[in-house]
Design a protein around this ligand. Structure first.
Ligand SMILES: Cc1cc2nc3c(=O)[nH]c(=O)nc-3n(C[C@H](O)[C@H](O)[C@H](O)COP(=O)(O)OP(=O)(O)OC[C@H]3O[C@@H](n4cnc5c(N)ncnc54)[C@H](O)[C@@H]3O)c2cc1C
Length: 505
């Protein structure tokens, strides 16, 4: 569609998570006259997947996630996905730097801090894999500062909890990137929404659930229920974004657009172990990812993470994968059964039949009790004690199931924008890499839904995000851009921890 620069232009965004909020901020920078209305079924902003305790807070940059760099049968390591995710996170950093520079975000400490991103492996095969991966990655300017070590003393300085009291005969190794990010996406979403509400033209309705939507001429008409009073309204909009997280699939289906046919959702829930011992929390200062077990969904690789959440330092291990039929943490157990329809039953059955290792893995995870989880934690932190850790439920991720000519149906672990041919409605499905790449995803949405505006907007977008449609991204650009974003994000001021000293392997 073509978004006209008129006062009555309306966009309705369903859901007040990081995706809708990011879209609203970008749209308002590009067209300060646009009127946006957001509907959120909960009584607070960002309390589903975007809330800090519901996700892992990793600024996914391809530094530590070993599933982004698979090894093929000939032993070749493919870093394409790591490069893609790292480039997309640089886009997020450039956008945040712009918002800080222009005063929209006052204090970056509220939502982001620098933290080393590390991969840690044990066993000869995995150590060899990590060394080979490191040698390949440092050839690329995005990863050239990556460090690698097999030296126990060096590793002990970096990650003492993980190395102390570990079997001395066990081969171990780690890589480390100093400029990793720990992000509180919940705080970022709230900052976005609060500042948007100060601009004339953005309205937020909390405790309002969108029940249905249909085309009304060239516009969309929604059915919305006020959950406090029970009153129903039928607002109309030129453009609708379904940013309802796990529930997006249900609303997309209700829209009746033909592009939505054949999509289904497969929910995977998450659980954490959260450390309650301050002395231990203080001794870990990194995000440390391991290698996934066979059958594990890629986003359920456990990691031991230092997290800053609302001014408090935390230590989390997980997420452990689980299974629940809900599409939202605050959803209904009927979500999955009611989402099955004639149009998606074939892909859903095909996915069930083709993913037996995943099913086995999920059954194994669901049956784990706290003792079993502590045993998994001990593979990372050998000294872990039962009483120092509490269990907690994370958010729900709904993976995309879609038609596939060859297989009948496939399960996708990425994200996808599904939009109507006329660009008047779009939904975001899937959840990985997720919040880290929200800016990139929303720029993609603008190109899909507003192709004519997107051309006009390019120079303005480039002011916000200099790497947008920039053919000159080389080692020097990356170095200078990272210097700038680090300065604006306040990372240069951050104290260097003793673990950041490095003796080459
Ligand atoms: C365990 C876990 C770990 C993760 N780790 C990371 C990570 O480390 N890094 C990363 O980048 N990403 C991570 N993610 C993914 C990330 O959290 C999501 O991609 C992101 O938060 C999705 O944002 P959203 O705005 O689409 O959805 P949400 O934050 O879920 O927001 C959707 C909103 O829509 C509302 N809503 C739903 N239905 C309706 C309706 N009918 N009417 C009105 N409102 C409605 C919901 O209440 C909710 O507030 C993780 C996710 C999980 C679950």
């Amino acid at each position: 569609m073509y978004l006209k620069n008129e006062k009555e232009t309306h966009a309705i965004l369903i859901g007040a998570g990081i995706m809708s909020a990011t879209l609203a901020v970008i749209l308002r920078r590009l067209n300060p006259d646009i009127k946006i209305t957001m509907y959120e079924r909960l009584d607070q902003v960002s309390c589903e997947s975007s809330d800090a305790m519901n996700n892992a807070g990793t600024g996914h940059s391809g530094f530590c996630e070993l599933n982004y760099t698979p090894e093929d049968q000939n032993g070749e390591i493919d870093i394409t996905k790591a490069v893609k995710v790292a480039s997309e996170f640089e886009i997020s950093k450039e956008f945040w730097a712009y918002l800080i520079e222009t005063g929209f975000i006052k204090d970056p400490k509220v939502f982001i801090r620098r933290i080393p991103h590390m991969s840690f492996v044990w066993g000869e095969d995995d150590v060899n894999f990590l060394e080979k991966r490191w040698k390949k990655m440092i050839q690329h300017p995005l990863f050239k500062e990556m460090k690698f070590s097999k030296d126990r003393e060096q590793l002990k300085e970096w990650i003492p909890l993980i190395i102390e009291h570990r079997d001395k005969q066990q081969p171990i190794a780690a890589t480390r990137m100093e400029i990793g990010a720990d992000v509180n996406y919940g705080a970022l979403t709230r900052t976005y929404v609060l500042n948007l509400l100060n601009e004339n033209g953005v309205i937020l309705h909390l405790a309002h659930e969108v029940l249905d939507l249909k085309r009304e001429g060239e516009k969309w008409q929604l059915k919305v229920r006020n959950l406090t009073t029970g009153r129903k309204t039928e607002p109309v909009a030129d453009f609708v974004f379904i940013g309802a997280g796990g529930a997006a699939i249900q609303l997309l289906d209700k829209s009746g657009i033909e592009e939505a046919e054949g999509y289904g959702g497969f929910p995977v829930s998450g659980e954490w172990l959260i450390c309650n011992n301050e002395d231990i929390i203080k001794r870990h200062s990194a995000k440390v990812y391991g290698k996934a077990k066979i059958g594990a969904p890629p986003m359920s690789v456990p990691h031991l993470d230092s997290r800053m959440i609302n001014g408090k330092l935390n230590l989390l291990f997980g997420p452990f994968a689980g299974f629940s039929t809900k599409f939202l943490k605050n959803g209904s157990y009927w979500d999955l059964p009611l989402s099955i329809a004639w149009s998606n039953i074939k892909p859903m059955i095909a996915v069930g039949l083709h993913n037996i290792p995943l099913t086995k893995y999920l059954i194994e995870q669901v049956t784990q009790n706290k003792e079993d989880k502590i045993e998994s934690l001990k593979e990372f932190f050998p000294d872990a004690k039962y009483e120092d850790w509490d269990e907690s439920i994370a958010g729900q991720r709904v993976q995309i199931i879609k038609k596939d000519e060859k297989e009948g149906g496939i399960l996708e672990f990425g994200t996808e924008i599904v939009d109507s041919a006329d660009g008047t409605i779009a939904a975001l499905l899937g959840a990985s890499p997720g919040a880290s790449t929200a800016v990139y995803i929303m720029l993609d949405l603008l190109e899909k839904c507003f192709p004519e505006n997107a051309k006009e907007w390019t120079p303005e977008i480039q002011k916000m995000i200099p790497s947008y449609k920039n053919d000159h991204i080389d080692a020097q650009y990356i170095e200078e851009s990272r210097k700038r974003t680090s300065r604006l994000l306040g990372w240069e001021m951050q104290k260097i921890t003793p673990q950041e000293k490095y003796k080459p392997a």
